[in-house]
Design a binder for this molecule. Structure first.
Ligand code: SAM
Length: 230
């Protein structure tokens, strides 16, 4: 077969970060028209697909299987297939699998097109309602739990532009207490974006830690913005 005539396509698709209505029309069309969907968790993508009555073969591709599944996807693309990839929430590659997949496919020199289907990300959603000047910012994703954590915290405290982090409910109080110890004056937390309990908390880290503790067990998903310049 003349490989030049067939051109597979890999679509990297952003999906909602909570509210299923946030999926784009183009994301839905991509899912409808592709041959197979690779997803970080097939149960999670199934809920979105069911909501829009889309039925497609599903394959799992998570951080631990990204390299192996990339080989499989390369074979599909070489056969001219259309492949979509989505993570559990938001934009692939942003503190999520996807980057190694894209880089391997590009390095393979395949004729395939790699396209972005942009959409939600907790990072941009948080910044859009933080009420800070985000002309410049540093995004550090999840801080390391042990090795490198102190260095990262030092970098945050010294930053002259806002620093954005992702944090889990299990570690948010620890982070806020560390920031309080380092004399950080202002933190903005965007919690449960696009969901029923969406809220913005803005203040000194020790006050925010107290507010979260008062609510009992800390639940939800968090974007943390450290604003040193105020
Ligand atoms: N790729 C995703 C994106 O584009 O936002 C991020 C994936 S990362 C594994 C998951 C983290 O994103 C969560 O721990 C939380 O910090 C943040 N996050 C995801 N959904 C969120 C939401 N609805 N509200 C606040 N933060 C969220």
């Amino acid at each position: 077969m003349d490989r030049g005539l067939i051109r597979g396509k890999l679509s990297i698709v952003a999906t909602p970060i909570g509210n299923l209505e946030d999926v784009t029309l183009r994301a839905l069309r991509t899912f409808k028209e592709c041959d197979v969907i690779y997803a970080e968790d097939t149960r999670v993508i199934s809920k979105l697909l069911a909501r829009y009555e889309i039925k497609k073969p599903l394959q799992r591709l998570d951080a631990s299987t990204e390299l192996k599944k990339a080989e499989e996807i390369i074979s599909r693309l070489e056969a001219g297939e259309k492949v979509a990839f989505a993570t559990d929430a938001g934009t692939p590659g942003i503190s999520d699998p996807g980057a190694r997949l894209v880089s391997l496919i590009r390095a393979n020199g395949s004729m395939a097109t790699i396209e972005a289907i942009p959409g939600p990300s907790a990072l941009t959603a948080a910044l859009s309602i933080a009420g800070i000047d985000a002309a410049e910012f540093t995004f550090l994703g999840f801080l390391p739990h042990k090795k490198g954590r102190q260095t990262a915290l030092k970098k945050i405290v010294e930053s002259e532009i806002p620093v954005i982090l992702y944090e889990s409910p299990h570690r948010i109080l620890k982070l806020l207490k560390e920031l309080a110890t380092l004399q950080v004056a202002r933190v903005i937390i965007a919690r449960e974006l696009t969901k029923i309990h969406e809220e913005i908390l803005d203040g000194e880290p020790s006050d925010l830690a107290r507010k979260l503790e008062e609510k009992g067990a800390v639940r939800g998903e968090f974007v943390v913005i450290i604003e040193n310049s105020h």
